[in-house]
Write a protein that binds this ligand. Structure first.
Ligand code: BGC
Length: 882
């Protein structure tokens, strides 16, 4: 893109903060310096548009927000001025007095489809001095509505076998005559697409266009193909997979949730040097076929490839004049891409001629194989997260997902191959069907890691090897399950956007990766799929047509609130407010005098030692607790949105439900009544503030008693586990909170690690060295829900926590929990204002706390040595504990 505002480059030199930090412990220097060295007297930097986009192409928002960061020598912004230029039209905000430098709304004329926008910003610092203009940043809009599309939906003219998952090829030959100055390819599919232009891939995106509620919204992608076009004949070819749109998805292996055959919508707009332009669209000029080497490509079952079958039998396409009613809008978050490749760590041969490759890490993606093959022979590639005792693959937990790729060779020799429209959850890869007598080499198998390509923003590290392994497992769990939507698990015949799992993991996810845009997009699908009566489906997008479980549906209120707290984005509350209200309406309709007495619920899912998966805490208790919690969150959102009447109304509703809850479920002494005593029931009462103040201490005492009765262990499932450590800590039992986190016998976080976990498991004992595998029906080795503990590790073990009253880390808390079992713990987070660090080190009996506060923010320091709370200013700080 052309630069439309002259850039101003300033020399940079290390600031004073950099030098100060050099004095702290050596281990912290590496982590600290990267976030600290910046220019003095410099302009704003790190300009982003919308939800953290840097120089996006195909941007989605015609009235975006703008964000920038201040250099470290600037303590505070007192005003800013922002300038945009689009199509030669300049817009100047003028000086606006505010200390906000993140997500500033744009009040100029809305941008149009295709527009290229350059923008820059300047600010006044705390002394009132105006700093120079920043270097310019750019973005280009995609096609903002269906009205921009002249293309037609196309697919092969013959339908496919509805029980199979074949792949379609579509192609168009066209001539380019003249000097191309710009070419943009706009594309979407009902299904999954991959494009080649003149034999090379158009982008590094995978699983495009992703999974939305396809009948309501289809995300479109924009690619710059200027340099891929050639003078003379060009060939554009698309492969289409049935994917989530028309493939097998859901427990009942439903085929064709949204349609039967995949379809393509594409528009290629070419500009020439002489000022002319041409547009090529998907229409009747294309050809299509089902016949080619990919016989079948299925998300659950894997891919079947026959190299003997070249793409052939091109025929006409079926053309639809109806664009459909789904919104066509640019994809509002990063697509899935390859983010890492893993090498083989070991090879075994547990059965003759079946080689098992160990990648050393449970991961999600596929295997790229480079293997010898024999003509007409089929090499089979199978996957597993774990091995049986005899070293063979354990695949029972995949349930009905076949998760197998095959390659049939056209000639003998060595091939390199990887699939297109399937993914697997695995650590082990088994190869069979290879030429007789071959000896395996490690480079035969490479693990290709795929997930939504979000920016890594957080790190947690400590002196405790198993906590570090836990953090690694949480991050791998997030990577594997953030594949376009937040999924429960990535391997069995499920892989859906389970709302309960998502709401418990959301806060932790926001520490590890910049998931702002990711969650906003998923919430848009949730709005699309909310049921007419207000319930939220169990999974989003809704692939199973059911909903209404407390603790699951509540993703509709909890996720927007958490995203708001961690980003400061008010729009996420505004966009979702009506959905939240409808959900509370539904809860209200189920209640009588504030109590819900009947409900269909997943309960405190997978609570250890419970007689069934739904746990011991009754559904009606959970429903009433979550009803109150939802009403309270909606009241909070209304307050932030300035809707005072609604704030009061929902706050009153929350208070009434709490009172009903307390009267029904608690006696005056803070003991549970009318329900079995469970850790989760006591927890929710305090965490959701459901009982009067004077009952909380006794209630916590009961919780502590139950933990003691469980010999220092959890008796919580999906709903209680995220809160137990946090709430015990908050209610004056930090030691016990730490004990639970560091507990190493079943059930506990470290227990799974002791059994060899490299990701979060669905059950603490999905596998144990003593007892082997758990019930295969519900035995995922990559389920992020229990990774929700990550939030507490960042917020308390290291001590870096957001402040809901000044969201987006404009102000935050530094409140480390110093535990003598650790020598250090440290969190580093790229906040909207810059790098924040909180960490502590104990050595020789002396504990030192180091903090970095980004420019234009403040932090409140709360240390456990009894000193008063202190507000700390931007910069690097070091405190010695008394
Ligand atoms: C999923 C869970 C989900 C649950 C509902 C399971 O099959 O894998 O993680 O939340 O169903 O109880």
């Amino acid at each position: 893109m052309k630069t439309m505002i002259p850039s101003i480059v300033k020399l940079r030199r290390a600031g004073s903060h950099g030098r100060r930090l050099l004095r702290v412990a050596a281990t912290s220097v590496a982590i600290a310096l990267t976030g600290v060295a910046r220019a003095d007297g410099g302009p704003a930097h790190s300009l982003t548009v919308g939800e953290g986009f840097r120089e996006p192409l195909g941007f989605h928002d015609p009235t975006p927000t703008f964000s920038w960061k201040l250099p470290n020598d600037a303590k505070r912004q007192t005003a800013y001025r922002l300038e945009t230029i689009a199509d030669g039209v300049k817009w100047d905000s003028g000086w606006i007095e505010t200390d906000q430098s993140s997500l500033l709304p744009y009040s100029g004329p809305p941008f149009d489809s295709r527009q290229q926008v350059a923008w820059r910003v300047q600010y006044r610092d705390e002394t009132g001095q105006a700093r120079d203009w920043s270097a310019p940043a750019h973005f280009e809009l995609g096609l903002l509505s269906a009205a921009e599309w002249n293309a037609k939906w196309i697919r092969p003219s013959t339908p496919s076998d509805p029980m199979q998952e074949p792949v379609a090829w579509l192609r168009r030959k066209f001539a380019v005559n003249g000097d191309v100055t710009q070419a943009r390819l706009y594309v979407t599919a009902r299904g999954l697409f991959e494009l080649e232009l003149n034999g090379s891939r158009v982008s590094s995106d995978h699983f495009a266009n992703g999974w939305t509620s396809y009948n309501k919204r289809l995300d479109t992608l924009t690619y710059d193909v200027t340099s891929q076009l050639q003078s003379g004949e060009n060939v554009l070819q698309a492969m289409l997979g049935k994917g989530w749109y028309a493939g097998k998805i859901g427990w009942s292996k439903t085929i064709g949730n949204y349609g039967h055959d995949p379809e393509l919508l594409l528009q290629l707009e070419i500009k020439y040097a002489d000022g002319t332009s041409t547009t090529l669209v998907s229409d009747d000029q294309w050809q299509a076929t089902w016949d080619g080497p990919v016989i079948s490509s299925s998300i659950y079952d894997g891919e079947t490839y026959d190299a003997r079958k070249p793409v052939s039998n091109w025929g006409p396409v079926h053309v639809s004049d109806d664009l459909g009613s789904a919104r066509l809008t640019p994809k509002p978050f990063p697509p899935v891409r390859v983010t890492e490749t893993l090498k083989t760590r070991g090879i075994t041969e547990p059965e003759a001629d079946r080689f098992v490759f160990d990648l050393g890490q449970n991961m999600v993606g596929w295997a790229r194989v480079r293997i010898p093959v024999e003509i007409d022979q089929t090499a089979t590639i199978r996957f597993a997260e774990m091995l049986n005792k005899d070293g063979t693959l354990y695949t029972a937990n995949y349930r009905n997902a076949k998760s197998t790729d095959t390659y049939t060779a056209a000639v003998s020799g060595e091939i390199e191959w990887e699939p297109k429209f399937t993914f697997h959850g695995f650590r082990y890869v088994e190869l069979s069907g290879l030429p007789a007598g071959v000896r395996p080499r490690p480079d035969w198998v490479t693990g290709v890691v795929l997930h939504s390509d979000l920016r890594r923003i957080g790190e947690f590290a400590s002196s405790h090897a198993k906590l570090n392994q836990l953090q690694s497992n949480i991050v791998w769990g997030q990577r594997g399950n953030f594949l376009d939507i937040p999924t429960d698990c990535p391997q069995r015949d499920e892989r859906m956007g389970w709302t309960g799992d998502a709401q418990v993991f959301c806060p932790t996810s926001m520490f590890n990766y910049d998931c702002h845009a990711f969650w906003k997009s998923w919430l848009a699908s949730m709005r699309d799929d909310q049921m007419p009566d207000g319930r939220i489906p169990h999974v989003i997008p809704d692939a199973i047509g059911d909903g209404g479980s407390p603790g699951w549906m509540d993703a509709a209120t909890i996720v927007p609130w958490e995203v708001y707290v961690r980003t400061g984005d008010i729009e996420v509350l505004a966009e979702n407010f009506a959905m939240m209200e409808k959900l509370v309406d539904w809860y209200r309709a189920q209640s009588r005098d504030g109590l819900i007495t009947e409900i269909k619920a997943f309960g405190d899912w997978l609570q250890p030692y419970a007689p069934s998966n739904t746990g011991d805490t009754p559904g009606p208790l959970l429903a009433t607790a979550f009803y109150a919690h939802n009403a309270e969150l909606v009241a909070n959102c209304a307050r932030v949105l300035g809707q005072d009447d609604k704030h009061q109304r929902y706050a009153a509703e929350a208070a009434a439900v709490k009172q009903a809850f307390a009267e029904h479920y608690f006696d005056e002494q803070g003991n549970l009544q009318n329900a079995p005593e469970t850790q989760t029931a006591y927890l929710l009462a305090v965490t959701f503030d459901l009982i009067p103040a004077q009952m909380k201490q006794p209630c916590i005492a009961n919780l502590v008693r139950l933990v003691g009765k469980a010999d220092g262990h959890l008796r919580t499932g999906f709903l209680g586990t995220p809160y137990i450590v946090t709430t015990l800590d908050r209610w004056h039992h930090p030691q016990l909170a730490c004990d639970l986190l560091l507990q190493d016998s079943y059930p506990s976080w470290i227990y799974s690690i002791n059994q060899g976990a490299t990701t979060m498991w669905e059950r603490w004992n999905s596998y144990s060295r003593d007892d082997g595998f758990g019930d295969a029906q519900m035995n995922s080795f990559n389920h992020y829900a229990y990774g929700a503990i990550g939030q507490w590790m960042y917020e308390r073990m290291a001590g870096l926590a957001p402040d809901p009253a000044q969201p987006g880390y404009k102000h935050f808390f530094v409140r480390p929990l110093i535990d003598e079992r650790l020598d250090f713990a440290r969190a580093k987070l790229e906040t909207p204002y810059g790098t924040a660090i909180s960490g502590w080190t104990t050595s020789g009996g002396q504990t030192v706390v180091e903090v970095v506060v980004p420019p234009n923010t403040t932090a409140t320091l709360v240390l456990p040595d009894g000193r008063p709370r202190e507000t700390i200013a931007p910069g690097a700080h070091r405190f010695e504990l008394r």
